[in-house]
Design a protein around this ligand. Sequence first.
Ligand SMILES: Nc1ncnc2c1ncn2[C@@H]1O[C@H](COP(=O)(O)OP(=O)(O)O)[C@@H](O)[C@H]1O
Ligand code: SF4
Ligand SMILES: [Mg+2]
Length: 366
Amino acid sequence: MSPDAAADVTAYDSGALDDIRADEPLLKVRDLVKEFPIRAGVFRRQIGQVQAVTGVSFDLYPMETLGIVGESGCGKSTLGRSLLRLLEPTSGTVTFGTEDVTAASKHRLRELRSDLQMVFQDPYASLNPRLPIRDIVGEPMQIHGVPKKEARERVGDLLQRVGLLPEHGNRYPHEFSGGQRQRIGIARSLALRPKVIVLDEPVSALDVSIQAQVLNLLDEIQTEYELSFIFIAHDLSVVRHTSDRVAVMYLGRIVETANRQDLYESPAHPYSQSLLSSVPIADPRRERSRKRILLQGDVPSPANPPSGCRFHTRCPIVQERCKQEQPKLQQIAVGHQVACHFALQPGETLLERTEQLGRGAQVASS
Ligand SMILES: Nc1ncnc2c1ncn2[C@@H]1O[C@H](COP(=O)(O)OP(=O)(O)O)[C@@H](O)[C@H]1O
Ligand code: SF4
Ligand SMILES: [Mg+2]
């Protein structure tokens, strides 16, 4: 496939971006909520709900990578799936270009999916084991009525583009390694030339030696296909190399968003600082003096989240107000928002603040 091959491929454009300017967000997410009912008893009566995603808002700009980071269970996958309506959001809106995705009919949603794609965490579970690779990669084209001959050629091109051979199209998922399977998932997501891809922990299940190769591939296709990425990860180390902006999630809410440099150099939310303290530093001298902040207690259940600030049960600098009043995301610098009543100042560390309050945080030298 030539380097310009991306430009030769017919785009199955949904038309939703026709009337927006290049500097406007592609995707606008507002107050997105996803709750799962908890049922019990013979009559399966609803006795509660899991608040997996609560009031999430953000914008995604053309060709930007927005990293979404937080511990396992904080709602990242639910958010990713709700954006594309692979799960129906409980409330809130997702606007793609000029179109409200959350209000789209089933038929229209199918058209919009040509522009909005997802790559899943587990490349094996997400590929149908009974289908040969050419059908897996070609399926989105079949759904969109791409003529058979064109689809066949394009599958060959796509497989080559992600580093496989056209002949691989005849084989089945179990014949491939984890890294190759993720390449197949990426090829499939590219089939209709999307504008946005949600990448749900795309390298977490892969060997460390393979992770860099897949990340490089994603980087290349982003430029070539002019893609915007939502890059979901459970720690800040992968996102550091891939994201332009980062949103940190805790128990279903975004607690901080900033461009990558601001988030890594002056994280203002206590949770962001504790997450960041577990990321190794490349400079060996600084690495030796790095202290890991160990948060107390387990992550509370999203079926029964804490009152006020959801982080208050684990926050080393919690005050009375935090238990009553939920902090809103507020701008503290250009493009930097934080949801904390007592946000850390630029250059201030969580340990310093903890000491100032006469408390001790549990730390470990890494
Ligand atoms: N289909 C479901 N039914 C009920 N609860 C769910 C379902 N999917 C996810 N959850 C719950 O929602 C919360 C967020 O899960 P998830 O989005 O998978 O988190 P993450 O991707 O950050 O690990 C978890 O508490 C999880 O148990
Ligand atoms: S609002 Fe209070 S509990 Fe929440 S992160 Fe800030 S200081 Fe900690
Ligand atoms: Mg997940």
